[in-house]
Ligand binder design. Structure first.
Ligand code: TMP
Length: 216
C-alpha cells in the first residue's frame, strides 16, 4: 500500500533546478516532513556508476540507443532500491529528474520513438508515477547565457547544441500540456528567490490537498 508521496523535478540543463531542489529540501526540513532526496541518474551504487559513464566529458562514444538503456538501467535500480521502499515507508521522495527526462532528452532530443520510450519508462519504473512534477521552464537561449557564464568543464549532455535543448524544452512543454494534473510549470526565468516562491506556493497547495500541514 502506498503511503508516502513522490515528487519529481524536471527542466533543461542550467534551468536552476538543483538550486531549487535545495530550497525545497530546506522547506521540508523546516516543516519536519520526513523525506528522501535523490537524483537521476544516480542514487544507488550502480546508478552512480552509470551516471559517471553517461556524463563523461565526451571520452566515451555512446550512441542514442545505448544512452537510453543506460538511463533505464540506472532507473530500474533506484526505483527498486530506494524509491519504492521510501514511499512505502511514508516518506516524501524528491527526485531531481525522473522518466520525463528520458522522454524529453532521448525522444524529443535524440529522436527515438516516443511511444516506445514511454512504455519502457513505465517498465523501468515498475509502473510508479510521480504524484507531482515541477517543470522548471527556461528558454534554451537563456540557459545558454547561463552556461557561458559558468566557469567549469561541461559534461557530455551539457555540451549539446542549442537546437538539441530547443527540442528538449519543446518536449517538456508538450508533456506538461498533456499531463496538466501531475505536471506544474514553474517559470525559471527570473531571480532564484522569485522562482523559489512560485515553486513553494505550488508545493504547499499540493501538500494541503494531501492534508499535510505546513508553515512557510
Ligand atoms: P543533471 O543531474 O546534472 O541534471 O544531469 C543529468 C543529465 O542527464 C542531464 O543533462 C539530463 C540527462 N538525462 C537524460 O538525458 N535522460 C534521462 O533519463 C535523465 C534522468 C537525465
Amino acid at each position: 500500500m502506498k503511503k508516502g508521496l513522490f515528487i519529481t523535478l524536471e527542466g533543461i540543463d542550467f534551468s536552476g533546478k538543483s538550486t531549487q531542489a535545495r530550497y525545497l529540501i530546506n522547506f521540508l526540513k523546516r516543516n519536519n516532513i520526513q523525506h528522501l532526496f535523490l537524483r537521476e541518474p544516480g542514487g544507488t551504487k550502480l546508478s552512480e556508476r552509470i551516471r559517471r559513464i553517461l556524463l563523461s566529458k565526451g571520452e566515451i562514444d555512446i550512441c542514442p540507443k545505448s544512452e537510453l538503456w543506460l538511463y533505464q538501467a540506472a532507473r530500474s535500480q533506484i526505483v527498486q532500491e530506494k524509491i519504492i521502499p521510501a514511499v512505502k515507508d511514508g516518506k516524501i521522495v524528491i527526485c531531481d529528474r525522473f522518466y520525463d527526462s528520458t522522454t524529453a532528452y532521448q525522444s524529443y532530443g535524440r529522436g527515438l520513438e516516443l511511444k516506445f520510450i514511454q512504455r519502457i519508462n513505465l517498465f523501468a519504473a515498475e509502473g510508479i508515477k510521480p504524484d507531482l512534477t515541477l517543470l522548471f521552464d527556461l528558454p534554451e537561449k537563456k540557459a545558454f547565457e547561463r552556461k557561458s557564464k559558468l566557469n567549469r568543464a561541461k559534461d557530455r549532455l551539457e555540451n549539446e547544441k542549442l537546437a538539441f535543448f530547443r527540442r528538449v524544452r519543446k518536449g517538456y512543454l508538450e508533456l506538461a500540456e498533456n499531463n496538466k494534473r501531475r505536471m506544474k510549470v514553474i517559470n525559471a526565468d527570473g531571480p532564484k528567490e522569485k522562482v523559489r516562491d512560485e515553486m513553494l506556493e505550488t508545493v504547499v497547495s499540493f501538500l494541503k490537498r494531501r492534508k499535510i500541514r505546513i508553515r512557510m
